[in-house]
Structure formats: structure tokens, C-alpha cells
Design a binder for this molecule. Structure first.
Ligand SMILES: Cc1cc2nc3c(=O)[nH]c(=O)nc-3n(C[C@H](O)[C@H](O)[C@H](O)COP(=O)(O)OP(=O)(O)OC[C@H]3O[C@@H](n4cnc5c(N)ncnc54)[C@H](O)[C@@H]3O)c2cc1C
Ligand code: SF4
Length: 316
């Protein structure tokens, strides 16, 4: 690990200004992703701004009937929150399908949204990787790509966004609230927050340097049954091969998003519209532009079967 300096910020504005003032500085909360990457020298921040004292650790009701979640709320606290359990069960289920109990106790809402890909070549510093080392090439495209993406990928990178929580938040139409270094706040729909890789896969979100996540806002809960199904190689402590977040109304309409398949939680309006026609129609709409490899073509059929299971539970 390379040496770095460290400070604890007292407010979101102070944290944002401090990171913006030093090129190469980063925010840190619990470090469950960042510290691993620093040990491998994949992330090499010169300065860490610890944001655990900035006070954004509450889940509040909004006037509209939704929820406003502070960026420091732990994954455990969020999944156990009474209103989340009652009204946003897809979110509770998604969070509890992620990582392990110990990690969920430490991991925060903002940190979880910003976790980096789990492509094994990204973590192997002997291999070329455009995301870790822009312009060096991509070992994943012609390598072992079973875990990698099938849609929304590019010729530069075929990695996936690995998180579970964001897939549920996407189906709930969540927005991310931020503060810029000049103190200005902005709201970003979650569907626009994670970028597709294009030819700059190292730029993963629309956040600007020094911009800090302050909250995630959920609109009033959508009516219907909530589901989160995650298919993985082990029963726990593993990232999704495919996951399905869905809210299904009694008439068969609803919303659906897929995880483990794309650079961001994958939700397509045409796939939502196809829900009453069944899993095959949804998958045809959601994956119409898919570019799978021979290794990961199975993910599309797996997504269809997982969604078919969800729809069958919704009908029973
Ligand atoms: C073994 C293992 C298994 C895992 N399995 C899963 C899984 O199955 N599903 C899953 O979803 N996750 C999984 N995770 C990922 C885990 O959930 C993340 O490590 C965690 O959510 C990161 O949160 P953190 O608070 O520790 O963030 P940190 O590691 O502290 O930060 C992560 C990144 O976010 C940035 N950041 C943090 N907060 C802010 C903010 N407010 N504004 C701007 N930038 C910010 C940091 O600068 C850093 O770049 C796993 C992790 C491990 C180690
Ligand atoms: S798929 Fe992306 S993260 Fe993986 S090696 Fe290629 S460029 Fe790197």
C-alpha cells in the first residue's frame, strides 16, 4: 500500500471541498471496497477524507410518502428499517442477498453504490485492463468471461456493475442526491448515475471530482409484490451471476431490473411493458441488443428462468 494522508471531515461541504482541493484525494467511509483496492495498488489515493462524522446517518420519511436515506446508513440498518421492510421489501431482500453479515454491518449506502467491478482481471495487476490502466487493453473480452457482462458493454470493457442494493433501488425509481465542492446540491436519477463503459470504462459514474453522495431518495412505494432473486455460485458471500428485482401488481404489470449482466442495474422500459406477456417477452425486450460471449451466453437464459420463477410466485 502506498502512503497517504488522512483527515476526518465535519460536514458534507467540507468533505467535498477537501477532496476537490487535492487531485488524487478520495472519500472513505468503511473502506470495505476501497481498502482492498488500495492494498493491491489499484486505487492509489494521495489523501483520504473520512466522512463518517458528517451526520448523514438517518432514514427519514419524505413529504411525498417516500424515504430519504443518508449516505452513511449501513446496509444492515437500511435492510432492517421498519418502513423498508414493510413498503420496499425488494430493497431489504436485495441488501440481505449481498456480501456477509459482517460486511453489511460496515458497508454504507453511498459506498455500496460506488463499489467497483469484480472482474477478476481488474484485480489481477499482471493482466491488461482498460478500467484499471486506461489504454492497456482488456483481458476479459478474450479471457474467462463467465462472470462478465452481456449487454451495455463495449469493445473496451465487458465488466458488470456487481452490487445488489442498486438493482432494487433502480426498480424503485430511486434518485441520488449529491453536493458539489461549490456547495451546490443536485439530484441524479439512479438510471443515469452509473455510466455505460464506452471507450472510457475507468469513468464509472456521472459524479464530478469532489462531488459527494449525501442521500438516496425513494419515491412512494409502488404497489405490488416485491421480489429479489439472486443466482450465484455459492449460497452466500458471492456476487450475482444474474439477479432479478421486480415489483409485480395483481394484473401482471410491474417493473423489473436485472443485475450481474451490465455496467449498471439493467432496466428497460420495453421490458417493463412486456411483463404481462411473460418472462420470454421481457427477456427479448431487455436483452435485444445483447452481445454475450460464448462463456456467458447462458446468463440470458438464466435471467429468463429466474424471472419465470418470480412471475410464477407472483401468480401463486
Ligand atoms: C468479500 C466481499 C463480498 C461482497 N459481496 C457483495 C455482494 O454480494 N453484493 C454487494 O452488493 N456487495 C458486495 N460486497 C461489496 C460491499 O458491499 C462493498 O464493499 C461495500 O458496500 C462498500 O461500502 P463502504 O461503505 O465500505 O465503501 P468504501 O469502501 O469506504 O468506499 C467505496 C467507494 O465509494 C466512495 N464513497 C463512499 N461513500 C461516498 C460518498 N458518500 N460520496 C462519494 N463517494 C463515496 C469511496 O471513495 C470509494 O471509492 C462484497 C464485498 C466483499 C469484500
Ligand atoms: S472487462 Fe473491463 S474490468 Fe475486466 S479486464 Fe476488461 S477492461 Fe478490465
Amino acid at each position: 500500500m502506498r502512503s497517504f494522508t488522512y483527515e476526518r471531515a465535519a460536514s458534507p461541504a467540507a468533505a467535498a471541498a477537501s477532496v476537490a482541493a487535492r487531485p488524487g484525494a478520495k472519500f472513505i467511509v468503511s473502506g470495505t471496497n476501497l481498502l482492498d483496492l488500495m492494498k493491491l495498488e489499484i486505487e492509489t489515493p494521495v489523501h483520504l477524507v473520512d466522512v463518517q462524522d458528517i451526520g448523514l446517518d438517518a432514514v427519514e420519511d419524505t413529504e411525498e410518502g417516500g424515504l430519504r436515506i443518508g449516505t452513511l446508513v449501513s446496509n444492515t440498518a437500511l435492510s432492517a428499517h421498519p418502513r423498508v421492510r414493510r413498503d420496499y421489501a425488494v430493497l431489504t431482500r436485495a441488501i440481505q442477498a449481498g456480501a456477509s453479515g459482517q460486511l453489511r454491518n460496515k458497508a454504507t449506502t453511498g459506498g455500496n453504490l460506488l463499489q467497483r467491478t469484480r472482474c477478476s482481471y481488474f484485480y489481477d495487476t499482471n493482466m491488461p485492463c482498460n478500467k484499471r490502466d486506461p489504454g492497456s487493453g482488456c483481458a476479459g473480452i478474450n479471457g474467462h468471461s463467465r462472470q462478465l457482462g452481456v449487454i451495455g458493454t463495449s469493445d473496451a470493457c465487458i465488466a458488470t456493475y456487481p452490487g445488489d442494493m442498486a438493482v432494487a433501488m433502480r426498480v424503485l425509481d430511486a434518485s441520488v442526491e449529491t453536493m458539489r465542492p461549490d456547495g451546490q446540491a443536485r439530484t441524479i436519477p439512479l438510471g443515469e448515475f452509473h455510466r455505460l463503459w464506452g471507450d472510457t470504462p475507468h469513468v464509472e459514474t456521472v459524479l464530478q471530482p469532489g462531488e459527494i453522495i449525501t442521500h438516496v431518495v425513494l419515491p412512494p412505494p409502488p404497489p405490488g409484490q416485491h421480489f429479489y432473486e439472486k443466482v450465484r455460485d455459492r449460497a452466500s458471500y458471492a456476487f450475482a451471476l444474474v439477479s432479478v428485482a421486480a415489483v409485480i401488481a395483481p394484473d401482471g404489470t410491474g417493473r423489473v431490473a436485472f443485475g450481474g449482466v451490465a455496467p449498471r442495474p439493467w432496466r428497460v422500459a420495453a421490458a417493463d411493458a412486456a411483463l404481462p406477456q411473460g418472462a420470454g417477452a421481457v427477456i427479448a425486450a431487455a436483452f435485444a441488443d445483447a452481445r454475450p460471449t460464448e462463456d456467458n451466453r447462458f446468463k440470458i437464459k438464466l435471467a429468463e428462468r429466474t424471472l419465470a420463477g418470480v412471475l410464477s410466485q407472483a401468480r401463486s
